[in-house]
Ligand binder design. Structure first.
Ligand SMILES: [Zn+2]
Ligand SMILES: [Zn+2]
Length: 118
């Protein structure tokens, strides 16, 4: 019976296998760029800078200056999420309490206090 075996059967299997293999490798090729894009997106400078900014923002302290009261002439200078110093806030209720202030607010408060102390 072996003489009647289709001599092309092996080729047919090989061909089928090759096609499946080709289809799989095509599939992987078409997926690969998406993986690469995701992997490289995380390393892109703009993505890094957004992530870094979000991280810095989360680590930041908000400025708790009452701008409209503390320095009414310079209310727009406040860097609301960039408190760098702890200032003294004179509260009638709590006395002197330390509150986080951004640098421009601290300077404006000092100037305002200096101006009003004269
Ligand atoms: Zn302020
Ligand atoms: Zn401020």
């Amino acid at each position: 019976m072996s003489a009647n075996r289709d001599p092309h059967l092996a080729d047919t299997f090989a061909e089928a296998g090759r096609k499946v293999g080709q289809a799989l490798s095509d599939l992987l090729d078409s997926i690969q760029p998406a993986f690469d894009a995701m992997a490289s997106a995380a390393n892109r400078p703009e993505v890094q800078s957004v992530l870094g900014r979000a991280e810095r923002l989360l680590r930041r302290r908000p400025c708790l200056c009452f701008c409209s009261k503390a320095h009414p002439e310079d209310q727009s200078i406040c860097e609301m999420f960039d408190a760098v110093v702890t200032g003294q806030h004179n509260s009638d209720l709590l006395g002197d309490v330390g509150i986080p202030l951004c640098a421009p607010c601290a300077a404006a408060r000092a100037a305002h206090e200096f101006a009003s102390a004269r």
